[in-house]
Design a protein around this ligand. Sequence first.
Ligand code: HPA
Ligand code: ZN
Length: 325
Amino acid sequence: INITQALRELPKAELHLHIEGTLEPELALELAERNGVELPFRDLADLKAHYEFANLQSFLDLYYQLMAVLRTREDFTDLMLAYLKHAHEDGVRRAEIFFDPQVHMNNGLSYDLVLDGLLEGLRIGRERYGIEGGLIMCFLRDLPVESAEALIETAAPRASELLGVGLDSAEVGYPPELFKSVYARAAELGLHLVAHAGEEGPADYVLQALDVLHVERIDHGVNTADDPALVGRVADEGIALTVCPLSNRRLQVVQDVRELPIRAFMDAGVKVTVNSDDPAYFGGYIAANYEALAEAGIALPMLADIAANSLNATFASAQEKTAML
Ligand code: HPA
Ligand code: ZN
């Protein structure tokens, strides 16, 4: 049997996906046209020439620029549905999806418009594809902490419509501890907690995310490998890492997927999961990320364990998990 097909068919969860990172260049230009938004690209070929990234920041510059084309509730619904179609084709049973409201609000949109559009997409996707899903609202760590404090209060009245909160954007120089009070407030609102840490930043940021923010999963977390004691702790506490191989390669966190410490983490008992991060920018949806690991020499039984880890690391109830596994 064909490995590509086998990897697609593994029941899996997507735990690290930015919905704005699923905005394909074709859809970006279509929405720019539909919404009368001017972009500084002549055509699709010109836009596509901008997808080579030296690091996280060079990707973020394009990612934030293209987000300006998202203007209406329907745009967010369409974006979500386009993603869920790919997810369905790739064997995703449940998706816990990031969104970046601060960017949309800076673009003049209301929080409610963004949330309503995304929730409508999830509702239709649940019916159409049987994918369970939820939203994780992210704070941009490179904006002032006061902006995150304002956002959590904006989100508070509808907190029950979110699964949790996360922390993303430029990492180095913006340690998790800055967001201690924001995370305490999110916990008080009954939200699950995750944070990006150890992508470009040091293992110490992973430690801070655990000790200061009290997160339940670490997004990326690859630099945890630099601190063997921390690897042991992450394993002991059953903290899942949401690793994104194609992202790490495209943003030059590693030069080759083989450099990722996936096997070392698995051998140490860490709950590794594989995810797509920003698939429209990094060249593949979730099954392509599993396939990149297969090509890097990770055997199918370990990839099946990783898929099982992803379902177990969701914020679904025990009952929902049993139904998925
Ligand atoms: N890291 C940090 N911020 C992000 C990412 C990422 O991988 N994707 C979208 N925003
Ligand atoms: Zn990410």
